[in-house]
Design a protein around this ligand. Structure first.
Ligand SMILES: [Zn+2]
Length: 123
């Protein structure tokens, strides 16, 4: 396998049935329409973030200022006969160590993914 280049584009529609309806997108859009979520949030839809904090324990035992975070964006097909779970995009970000420490403070901030700096700008 060649060296990975991010972002990795996944499926824009369901790879099983070809359906374009997305349960995650529809739910987020409903929350935004009801003003329960700010406009412009969850642009990439549903996602889970995997922080590779082990990078901090590098061979030199020196703290590094940021660690990689893999953001896996996914969807669930809105076709009730299908409901296939599929990947829409995989994004690599770098998260500052200091930002992570702030996030462990009192709750009330916006989701951490808003504070992550994209490693590669997609335009
Ligand atoms: Zn489908």
């Amino acid at each position: 396998m060649d060296k990975l280049e991010f972002p990795i584009e996944g499926h824009s529609v369901c790879p099983n049935c070809g359906g374009a309806e997305k349960i995650g997108r529809a739910f987020i859009d409903e929350l935004i329409a009801d003003k329960k979520l700010p406009e412009g949030t969850f642009r990439e839809g549903l996602a889970i973030s995997i922080p590779f904090t082990q990078v901090l324990q590098s061979a030199l035992a020196m703290p590094v200022p940021a660690f990689p975070v893999l953001q896996i964006c996914f969807e669930i097909c809105g076709n009730s006969e299908c409901h296939t779970f599929y990947i829409t995009k995989i994004i690599l970000s770098q998260q500052d160590v200091q930002v992570q420490m702030k996030q462990q403070g009192p709750p009330g901030g916006l989701p951490g993914q808003r504070k992550m700096k994209p490693h590669f700008l997609t335009g």
